[in-house]
Design a protein around this ligand. Structure first.
Ligand code: HEM
Length: 104
């Protein structure tokens, strides 16, 4: 019960809203969720919660540091790809053999 696959935090700066139901719209709110002890900390009954149920006792500046750390994991380099071929034209097949690159 209440088991989730732990999501990646890579690019989490770019992937709001957060959690399985999108309840939080920014990372500060996510930090406050953990800071307060997760579901148990909010007085929900969550048998098997593996998160600490009491306060993490992080200062504001420590929370900000964690958010900066999460943001340091933003990396979109792998999301941009060089196309493998130029667009093709159904009505002008002679154009479809043109190659990309080269010199003028
Ligand atoms: C301060 C420490 C932590 C930070 C900064 C953090 C960060 C995050 C973030 C940003 C998300 C949202 C991911 C998304 O929706 O794309 C998330 C979700 C989650 N994290 Fe953490 N996490 C922390 C501690 C933990 C710990 C200790 C556990 C496990 C014991 C854990 C397990 C999970 C799970 C299961 C979710 C998904 C929850 C859901 O979908 O409702 N996290 N965490």
């Amino acid at each position: 019960m209440y088991a989730f696959k732990t999501p990646t935090v890579r690019n989490s700066e770019l992937t709001a809203p957060y959690m399985h139901h999108g309840i939080y719209s920014d990372l500060k709110e996510v930090l406050q969720f953990y800071q307060k002890g997760g579901g148990e900390g909010f007085k929900y009954s969550v048998p098997n919660q593996t998160l600490p149920f009491d306060s993490l006792q992080l200062s504001n500046s420590e929370q900000e540091d964690i958010i900066l750390f999460l943001k340091s994991l933003t990396d979109t380099a792998g999301l941009v790809q060089r196309p493998f071929k130029l667009p093709s034209f159904e009505l002008s097949p002679d154009l479809n053999s043109r190659t990309w690159g080269g010199k003028y």
